[in-house]
Design a protein around this ligand. Structure first.
Ligand code: GDP
Ligand code: MG
Length: 767
């Protein structure tokens, strides 16, 4: 099959074009570095099917970062039949810099002038015909987003792919061109492919190139001796870059007609940036935005209407009867939205999904199973094991989707890229560049792609440190743990607001990440922090299609996991908690004689300093099982709670009015667990902290192993996760239970930091 490669600067719309051409749903992000690996899809509307490859975004073909290496190797070695060079028309000059380099390779190419819609909206005009004439390469105006001009683009690309093309250089300066020409002829003589491209790179002194063609060095040095530039001396890299820009600005600025000459007028986007990327206010604004998101997602008192206007609860209004049930169907709907105060959108979505849809559906199935006359253990396995487990996980879908809808809006609008920019200065102080922020933020979604995305980090040690802290950015699968326990705390102890607890836990994860990086970069992973250059993408209204794609991806992933890994794990856990060591079936209230109880009680003392060990008594092991099951997939923690919570209700013979344990709700399971084990708020928070910072799920561990490369680094990473989670959660537990412990912890932390500082100073003096 013929192959077309998409190459262009970061954020020029490659992935959008790729998705439009191939009908796939790859992640489109309004920031550089989202596509790290190359991706393939098929375009079917040409005379023959075409394989389209989305390469990572690059600014040049000099390989400073792994992405640049991937893209350059692909074009040179895999020899695509045509390179489609995507050029962001709103940023013509910068984008053409890469174009002038691709042109030097002997490969057919076309230019896709993207974002024409945005350009025209701003009132600017671009003369594609003139550009085509000057470059001697087909140019097609497109809008990847609005899907305009795509067929034309592919037609021209297809035509181009049938004709051989020799590389051309734009470096006009005569002496330099002469030098490059000589090297090119010498390389051609040795039958090197793409002689022009290699000649330019060799003259530039490109590292990859020089090590690949060592034998040509003496010759090139000989040639270079005769050459000296007045401005750049013998800095050939700068000289060549200058040559390219001179060519671009000299010849191509006229192609673009700006609407108004008064370019200095501040655009709306510049005004917004003055506030958003403000030196002092940038970060507080970011924290506020984050809080608003958590409030919109998790708060049960969204508008504070109840407290302000003294509105009646449903019970006061006589809409709920003595059994705590709604008096009619309409009231059930109302109860999803309002009870004395209007719930936040996230909570409303969640209530509707759980009370009106999933709850009804699974309740119906469970009723059927109960009345089917199956044996007691089969009923238990299906109803408590499988259905409660899976449905408790599914019950969190609305919250996950709401939270990610907001995150996607921040990302797609261009806001997140600005946060990376303002955080760069702060990140630098503890040894990371702003570039590391992107994989970290991706970690809020899922650690797996986030860990892969660290390939954008050029420095090996910075990369290792980043991979290690990514799991602390609490992922979507950990969200159920947070919300169920926060909900349990609010419901049982009647303290705090679920949104504040959840927000606080996210911040705790971030803080842990920051401190760990600080310590690692000061000790085992010392090194330079590479500079961070990033172009701020234009603000734009988030695209509905993009948002829906993100959410659809998340839903698919989540539901698929619920029906595979989670079902399998809950079955195993149910069996191990309902059979004794001599394989006798145990009723729910006998779980303490089960295999699972026997094994996990052995581990219970280990967790005592963390607040969920021996002090919880004979049923405390249920928390241990949750944490261990979480190593397979974090959703398992709550699925396990649902299965075991139902048993605990039976154990305690709890009065379950108002505690509807058979509703598919992880929060009720947590309430039962609190009641039976007597765990307090500090222990529960420590439990969340442990799950957030310990070894992540199986998939994330495997990815980290692959990306870290070395075995010893991988083992140390596992140890690091174990240690961190142990330290952080015992800190939370002890300080929460006995606040004076804060002094001890602060002293210990100060000691560690002082030790690092002093040690580093000594090393410097020795040097
Ligand atoms: P990549 O980094 O090159 O893969 O770029 P993406 O495909 O992720 O797109 C970057 C941003 O540009 C996204 O926010 C897109 O929605 C936006 N974008 C892409 N193509 C167009 C277009 O033709 N017009 C406009 N206005 N925006 C676009
Ligand atoms: Mg991309």
């Amino acid at each position: 099959m013929i192959k077309f490669a998409l190459a262009g600067n970061p954020n020029c719309g490659k992935t959008t074009l790729f998705n439009s051409l191939t009908g796939s749903t790859a992640h489109v992000g309004n920031w550089p570095g989202v596509t790290v690996d190359k991706r393939e899809g098929i375009y079917k509307k040409c005379e023959e099917p075409v394989s389209v490859i989305d390469l990572p975004g690059i600014y040049s073909l000099s390989p400073y970062t792994p992405e640049e290496v991937i893209a350059r190797k692909y074009i040179l070695d895999e020899k695509p039949d045509c390179v489609i060079n995507i050029v962001d028309a709103t940023n013509l000059e910068r984008n053409l810099y890469l174009t002038t380099q691709i042109m030097e390779i002997d490969v057919p190419m076309v230019i896709a002038l993207n974002m024409i819609d945005a350009l025209e909206k701003a009132g600017d005009k671009i003369d594609a015909k003139e550009l085509e004439k000057r470059l001697n390469i087909p140019v097609v105006k497109i809008s990847a987003l609005k899907e305009q001009g795509l067929d034309e683009l592919m037609k021209r690309a297809y035509e181009a792919s049938k004709i051989e093309r020799k590389g051309e250089t734009v470096l006009g300066e005569s002496a330099l061109k002469h030098l490059i020409g000589d090297v090119r002829i010498a390389l051609s003589g040795q039958n090197v492919e793409n002689p022009l491209f290699h000649a330019v790179k060799l003259v530039e002194g490109d590292e990859l190139e020089v090590s690949a063609h060592k034998e040509t060095l003496p010759m090139i040095d000989e040639f270079k001796k005769t050459f000296k530039d007045d401005v750049f001396g013998t800095d050939f890299e700068a000289l060549i870059a200058d040559g390219r820009y001179k060519y671009i600005s000299g010849k191509f600025s006229p192609v673009l007609k700006r609407k108004s000459e008064a370019k200095f007028v501040e655009s709306r986007s510049d005004k917004a940036d003055k506030v958003i990327t403000h030196r002092v206010w940038g970060i507080p604004i970011f924290l506020l935005v984050l809080f608003a998101i958590f409030h919109l997602t998790f708060s049960e008192n969204f508008l504070y209407l109840g407290s302000i206007f003294n509105l009646p609860t449903l019970e006061d209004a006589g809409l709920i009867n003595a059994e705590g049930e709604a008096i009619n169907y309409g009231v059930r709907w109302l109860a999803c939205i309002y009870d004395g105060a209007v719930y936040s959108p996230g909570v409303i979505f969640n209530n509707i999904w759980n009370d009106m849809i999933v709850g009804e559906l699974f309740g119906f199935i469970q009723g059927g199973v109960e009345n089917s006359g199956m044996s007691e253990w089969a009923t238990g396995l299906i109803n408590n094991g499988i259905i409660d487990g899976v449905s408790s996980v599914l019950s969190f879908l609305p919250w996950i989707l709401t939270l990610f809808l907001f995150f996607s809006i921040l990302e797609d609008s261009g806001y997140m890229a600005r946060i990376a920019f303002i955080l760069d200065k702060m990140f630098r102080k503890f040894g990371l560049s702003g570039r590391a922020f992107m994989p970290m933020i991706m970690g809020f979604g899922c650690s797996v792609p986030a860990i892969i995305n660290t390939r954008t980090l050029a420095d090996e040690k910075e990369r290792t440190a980043t991979i290690r802290v990514i799991p602390f950015f609490s992922c979507g699968a950990k969200l159920p743990i947070l919300t169920a326990i926060a909900g349990g705390i609010v419901a049982y102890f009647g303290v705090g607001n679920a949104d504040i607890i959840t927000y606080g836990m996210y911040l705790l994860g971030i803080l842990t990440a920051v401190l760990s990086v600080l310590i690692m970069r000061g000790t085992t992973l010392k090194g330079e922090t590479p500079p961070f250059i990033m172009e701020l993408p234009a603000y734009h209204a988030p695209q509905f299609k993009n948002l829906m794609l993100h959410l659809w991806d998340k839903t698919k992933h989540f539901v698929k996991k619920a029906f595979t890994i989670i079902i399998a794990s809950t079955i195993v856990i149910w069996v191990l908690t309902h059979f004794s060591f001599n394989w006798k079936y145990l009723a729910d209230e006998q779980i303490n004689q089960s295999i699972m109880a026997g094994i996990s009680q052995l581990f219970q003392p280990i967790f005592t300093p963390l607040g969920f060990g021996s002090q919880l008594g004979e049923y405390g092991w249920v928390f241990v099982v949750g944490a261990i099951a979480g190593l397979i997939a974090k959703e398992n923690v709550i699925a396990t709670f649902a299965t075991l919570g139902a048993c605990l209700v039976a154990v305690a013979g709890l009065d379950i009015t108002g505690l509807d344990i058979n509703s598919e709700d992880g929060i009720d399971a947590v309430r039962a667990m609190i009641q039976v084990t007597g765990i307090g708020v500090p222990g529960l928070i420590a439990y969340i902290a442990f799950n957030m910072t310990t070894i992540p799920c199986f998939a994330a561990v495997a990815t980290a192993k692959a990306e870290l490369g070395s075995k010893s680094r991988y083992k140390l990473t596992l140890l690091f996760w174990l240690l961190t989670s142990y330290i952080v959660s015992s800190l939370v537990y002890t300080v929460g239970s006995w606040p004076w412990c804060a002094v001890l912890w602060a002293a210990a932390l100060a000691g560690v930091i002082a030790f690092i500082v002093v040690r580093n100073k000594n090393v410097k003096i020795k040097e």
